[in-house]
Design a binder for this molecule. Structure first.
Ligand SMILES: Nc1ncnc2c1ncn2[C@@H]1O[C@H](COP(=O)(O)OP(=O)(O)O)[C@@H](O)[C@H]1O
Ligand SMILES: [Mg+2]
Length: 323
């Protein structure tokens, strides 16, 4: 395996400014990232089928498997393990990111595969993360869809934050919902740290955190306190954090109550995090999903009459409206 993946402790002081400057750059394509929760909640399924929907609509799409260590997006897209992976690019065996693009059965849709070994994304060095982010612009694409894999490592959070749309998926069950809140809280803190560095807000935030600390204190309370201390900075902080609007998909729904969980999660996020969660849709629990995975064929192509087709159609249209 490439020596370019560090096995050492990850440097927590990630260069927020450099990332931020990439975020603001005028991009010709849109980046959507699918993350959150544990394995098995449908991230790869969603990445694959959103990509297919967009490609069928005539957009040029590149789906990228960033689930380093657990890469299996290719299976959901019905292609064998690609010969060249991101590891080859980072170790400079391959010169251009575009050399990694492997065509799929669908016109306009190619895939870039993650590493096929057990490097976790947590071990991706900061410079490699920055390199991948900055070079995405070289790809001929209207949409780049990232499958982030499970977990809340800094690298995963940074890709999620860097995307134009960050999409979270959860199952309608308590453990999965808790994981989603944990992910949102981690994204919030990561973004807060970036904005804090960018606006050089450290001392004001320290001061705000020292005032009236209570168990019930929420991120929204923190902003209120910063505004009290320094209204100008406080409002800038608020504006930056308001740009964080994760999108939510509830996967494997069986009842109306499952569907309604998305609305409750939206209310809870606003109340406790001061974050607007956009509930963009749900996916039915449907046997066609595992049947298509077993056949290693893309769901939407193998079962065009599945109820999931209508589900995905709604989600894609909602996401496009928000783009
Ligand atoms: N809507 C669904 N209906 C039925 N089974 C599903 C559904 N979504 C996911 N699954 C099952 O869960 C498995 C894991 O999905 P996957 O997209 O690989 O999750 P992740 O990428 O989050 O690990 C799928 O192979 C499938 O068997
Ligand atoms: Mg996956």
């Amino acid at each position: 395996m490439s020596s370019l993946f560090t096995k050492g402790p990850f440097d927590p002081d990630f260069g927020a400014k450099s990332l931020h400057s990439q975020l603001g750059a005028q991009r010709k394509h849109k980046i959507w990232a699918v993350g959150g929760g544990k394995g098995g909640v449908g991230k790869s399924l969603i990445t694959a089928n959103l990509s297919i929907c967009l490609a069928l609509m005539g957009h040029k799409v590149v789906a990228i498997d960033l689930d380093l260590g657990g890469a299996n997006l290719h299976t959901c897209l019905g292609v064998p393990v690609p010969d060249k992976t991101l590891s080859d690019y980072l170790s400079k065996k391959v010169k251009n990111l575009s050399d990694l693009q492997t065509p799929t059965l669908i016109n306009n849709l190619s895939i870039i595969s993650g590493a096929q070994d057990d490097v976790g994304i947590a071990n991706l060095k900061q410079m490699h993360k920055a390199k991948i982010l900055s070079r995405l612009g070289e790809l001929e694409a209207d949409f780049i869809i990232l499958d982030l894999g499970a977990g809340t490592t800094f690298n995963t959070l940074d890709f999620f934050i860097a995307a134009d749309q960050g999409i979270l998926t959860t199952l309608p069950e308590p453990t999965s919902i808790e994981n989603t809140y944990r992910f949102i809280r981690s994204v919030y803190h990561r973004k807060l740290k970036m904005v804090e560095d960018l606006l050089e807000l450290g001392p004001v935030i320290d001061q705000a955190m020292n005032v009236k600390i209570s168990q019930q204190s929420t991120p929204a309370d923190l902003i209120t306190r910063v505004i009290e201390i320094n209204p100008n900075m406080g409002h800038r902080l608020k504006a930056e954090l308001n740009r964080l609007k994760p999108k939510l998909v509830i996967n494997q729904v069986r009842t109306q109550a499952d569907i309604d969980i998305g609305f409750s999660m939206k209310i809870i996020c606003r109340k406790y995090f001061g974050i607007d969660l956009d509930y963009v849709g749900y996916l039915d629990y449907d046997a066609t999903v595992w049947q298509s995975v077993k056949r290693r064929r893309p769901l939407l192509m193998e079962f065009p009459n599945s109820s999931l087709v209508a589900n995905f159609d709604k989600i894609v249209h909602r996401l496009l409206e928000l783009s």
